[in-house]
Design a protein around this ligand. Sequence first.
Ligand SMILES: Cc1cc2nc3c(=O)[nH]c(=O)nc-3n(C[C@H](O)[C@H](O)[C@H](O)COP(=O)(O)OP(=O)(O)OC[C@H]3O[C@@H](n4cnc5c(N)ncnc54)[C@H](O)[C@@H]3O)c2cc1C
Length: 456
Amino acid sequence: MPYIPPMTKILHIVGGGMAGSEAAWQGANMGVQVVIHEMRPKVGTFAHQTGLLGEMVCSNSFRSDDSEQNAVGLLHWEMRAANGLIMQTADKHRLPAGGALAVDRDPFAQSVTDALRAHPNISVEYGEITALPDDGHWIIATGPLTSTALGQAISKETGAEALAFFDAIAPIVYFDSIDMDQAWMQSRYDKGETEEERTAYLNCPMTKQQYEDFIDALLAADKTEFHEGETAGYFDGCLPIEVMAERGRETLRHGPMKPVGLTNPHHPDVKAHAVVQLRRDNKLGTLYNIVGFQTKMKYGAQADVFKRIPGLENARFARLGGIHRNTFLNSPTLLTADMRLKSRPNVRFAGQITGVEGYVESAAMGLLAGRAAATEILGGSLDMPPATTAMGALITHITGGAEAKTFQPMNVNFGLFPPVEGLRGGRRGRKDRYKAYTDRAKADWQAWLAPQAAAA
Ligand SMILES: Cc1cc2nc3c(=O)[nH]c(=O)nc-3n(C[C@H](O)[C@H](O)[C@H](O)COP(=O)(O)OP(=O)(O)OC[C@H]3O[C@@H](n4cnc5c(N)ncnc54)[C@H](O)[C@@H]3O)c2cc1C
């Protein structure tokens, strides 16, 4: 049966963080009445310090502001072009930080709060929402630290396996930066019905000496500690690699790096001492994750250690590994292309809980959800932007482009974009390629915005 939207004209948004604040701003500017439900300061989280909307919980950086060569810089550009509250407030409270956009966090959050509270179409209700609503238009934007009661309600609705409370991220590498003269494609024991399945993994072999050096580097690397209040207990299935190495020098060789069931076509007579496997991370085949390599190593240390893996000497990372408290949905299976919960279509999700990662990405998903929900309340429907834009690349990834089985939160990056044909590959062509991506994205984003501006 086709979905009939609720009759009420009010948009309720749960959570006034990066995503909820942006969603409210977008919806209200389209003429819709918005109620933000924010639990702070009545109920706190271990990371938030204030009762302000749009609070930045940790670093004060929105990362690169380069909209020609960097995907997050492009996302800034797209949000500015869409009159985004988070970006215009960040610009107002910008701190000197070279090519990055750093923000004076307290005045930033105060300005976001003031702008939302002063908006004639927005009201803020302080209190925790503990259940999924049956009726009305709702956006859930409760972030990585969604309250326990609401987390349980979402888990009950979606199935426990579809909602993660912990983020164990293996590093993700751009395929075009892997040296295929050393690596090869093969599934262990050539398992699989099709050629695609039999070559689903990318393998990087190690000699005994390379393995021993790698273990030494892992043990010596700088690690991050858990934040206070975060549980430090790991699930056995997602132990950090350095913890596995601490349990014994051979543990990894009997775990994710076991060298069995594989033949190196570059040297068929040489048996590898250990093998690092990478698995495809998106349908485009532009990104590969290093299987079982979730880690608490600091970012700088990760790049040093992982570049010791033969074939990854020149690897570029779409994202580095990590483990932290994070509530997020298995969006590829649960959400529609326009961010509704398939089982409860009056509820949309936005922000980090949808499986994007970072302040900017979360606000971006708030922007899309706010516009989509408001359009629906006004009697229309909004197609999501094309995957050639930064916004579209992210939403396409989380709602279907990503592999559902291994879905992990994602930063925006050029690996999510459909390739521009006819450009030089490899390291040399990278600058031209990124410029071509960003030129195409800007034109397509403006084309997506234009009819909405005309209708306003
Ligand atoms: C410890 C930690 C450190 C991080 N560091 C960084 C960093 O340095 N850089 C970066 O880019 N990203 C960082 N992140 C990720 C960051 O949280 C997100 O990028 C961003 O804040 C997510 O935006 P959001 O709107 O989805 O969630 P949030 O900004 O967290 O907003 C969610 C809001 O929902 C409220 N809420 C939760 N449950 C309920 C409920 N049941 N009822 C009502 N309100 C509720 C919360 O109080 C909060 O205000 C970090 C996350 C954590 C947990």
